[in-house]
Design a protein around this ligand. Structure first.
Ligand SMILES: Cc1ncc(COP(=O)(O)O)c(C=O)c1O
Length: 478
């Protein structure tokens, strides 16, 4: 038996629950290649007595590993590390690519008149956001800081307390382990996306994206000199066989993904694919920009850990934001990457935005340290889960002959496929019914779209889905 007691170290002072500390440790060992696929895991009783823990905690950890796709039960034989995981070769840490410096819109949904009734494409309910708390904290922070250096500058990489606290937060919530040197604070994640491509790309470099993709990422790639290479999106995220094909030509410099919930289709990339993608990035020498815009919203279990948590070679540039927790006008996002990438992006950020917003950043740092953000998210997740359930039920009942969709396990939107209805017709007809569909209409498909459920309360969901169903029926009868 492996020396589990030395492999899995539990720190009871950590906020991250013990069962997740166990699953994190097992995943980390798999990624290091020290736990091989097909390994038989000890029974839960044995593991519990080895680690001096309650058996329930071990069972929870095993459930987590199975739910995330790392482990499987073989009937009559026991619990095993999944056979279908790709082989992991041990590799050294460090920077692998040479990094070069260099630097219309589909804004229809933003220009649309906003009626009384709105279904958007997946934004939080900003009425619930802890803005008063943030502003109160900012006021008290700024009082104590008048005349001090925090108001004067030298925050090229963002406010130090936020970088420190964020580093703890990322470690606790998603097993991304680093220091403040791995973190750059940005004006929202959009700036982080732009900076990443600006330092990576030279004119004509190819970047892989989903055939359907977050359009502002596409724009950032194009405006920093990149060429989009579009790859089909499957129910398991971007098609990795096609990615491999494209990468073989040797011109791919980077790839942009949203693996937690692919934007816009909401599909989740399973563990096997994440590992294979890391392998491909290594083999074909490209970076992966992991935009984790909605990691905090998950309804059934803990989410699959980000690729950044299993990256051993500095291939992943991880990007996150607080605009989906607070409000988009509080522009605080971040990048987590190797120190050399952070340094390059920080130097570039300084040219665009010298100082950031030190007071808001310090206030957010305090809210993270006091667990205010965590507490808020727990409430928001329960609220959004209820809204997701009602929204999906209403769609199912009202449009079951016309639509298909998979109920999302997290996020703030549902990707809906229509059989006969053209989305542009639906948007226009909905407007006549006093419902504004603040959604994107995609060039690649005119029969599918993203409906957000999180920004409406239960009563608004009832009213707005009634209007949506009426509009859909009106299109069908035209
Ligand atoms: C997939 C995705 N990435 C990034 C962003 C940018 O967010 P931010 O407000 O942090 O710039 C958004 C905003 O909606 C988004 O949907």
């Amino acid at each position: 038996m492996l020396p589990w007691k030395s492999i899995i170290t539990i720190n009871r002072k950590e906020i991250r629950p013990v069962y997740l500390q166990i699953s994190d440790a097992v995943i980390a060992e798999i990624m290091k290649g020290r736990i091989q696929k097909g390994l038989k895991m000890p029974g839960s009783r044995t593991m519990a007595s080895t680690l001096c823990l309650n058996r329930k905690t071990v069972l929870q950890a095993y459930d987590e590993l199975m739910a995330q796709g790392w482990m499987e039960i073989v009937p009559m034989k026991g619990t095993f590390i999944k056979q279908s995981l790709p082989e992991v070769k041990q590799q050294s840490l460090g920077d692998v690519l040479e990094i070069k410096s260099e630097a219309q819109t589909n804004s229809s949904k933003y220009d649309m008149p906003r009626g009384e009734h709105v279904i958007d494409d997946g934004t939080p309910d900003y009425r619930l956001a802890p803005i008063d708390d943030l502003l109160k904290t900012a006021r008290s922070v700024s009082k104590g800081l008048v005349g001090k250096s925090v108001l004067l500058g030298n925050h090229f990489f963002g406010e130090a307390s936020l970088r420190n606290n964020l580093s703890d937060y990322l470690s606790t919530t998603r097993a991304i382990n680093g220091t403040k040197g791995n973190i750059l604070i940005t004006r929202g994640s959009q700036m982080a996306i732009y900076l990443a491509f600006a330092i990576l790309l030279s004119k004509g470099d190819e970047v892989i994206v989903g055939q359907l993709n977050y359009h502002s990422a596409d724009k950032a790639i194009k405006s920093t000199g990149g060429t989009l290479v579009k790859v089909p999106v499957t129910p398991e995220g971007l098609d990795l066989n096609v990615v491999e094909e494209k990468a073989k030509a040797g011109k791919i410099k980077a790839m942009y993904i949203t693996p937690h919930h692919q934007y816009p289709t909401t599909v989740t990339m399973p563990v096997e694919n994440r590992m294979r993608l890391l392998e491909l990035a290594e083999k074909f020498d490209f970076y992966v920009i992991e935009d984790d815009y909605d990691y905090d919203y998950h309804y059934n279990r803990s989410p699959i850990l980000p690729l950044a948590s299993i990256d051993r070679n500095g291939r992943i540039i991880y990007i996150g934001s607080f605009s989906k927790i607070l409000v988009p006008s509080i522009r605080i996002g971040y990048m987590f990457a190797s120190e050399s990438i952070i340094k390059k992006c920080g130097e570039l950020r300084m040219i665009i935005d010298k100082l950031g917003d030190p007071i808001m950043e310090r206030a957010l740092a305090e809210m993270l340290a006091n667990n205010d953000i965590d507490r808020f998210l727990k409430k928001a997740v329960n609220t959004y889960k209820e809204r997701r359930d009602l929204f999906c039920k209403r769609l199912e009942e009202g449009l079951k002959e016309e639509i298909t969709f998979t109920k999302p396990n997290g996020g703030m939107a549902v990707w809906v496929n229509f059989k006969n209805i053209n989305i542009q017709d639906l948007v226009e007809t909905a407007q006549i019914h006093k419902l504004t569909l603040k959604i994107d209409v995609y060039e690649h498909t005119n029969k599918a779209c993203r409906f957000g459920f999180a920004s409406m309360n239960l009563k608004e969901i009832e009213t707005n889905t009634d209007l949506l169903i009426k509009a859909a029926n009106a299109v069908l009868s035209q």
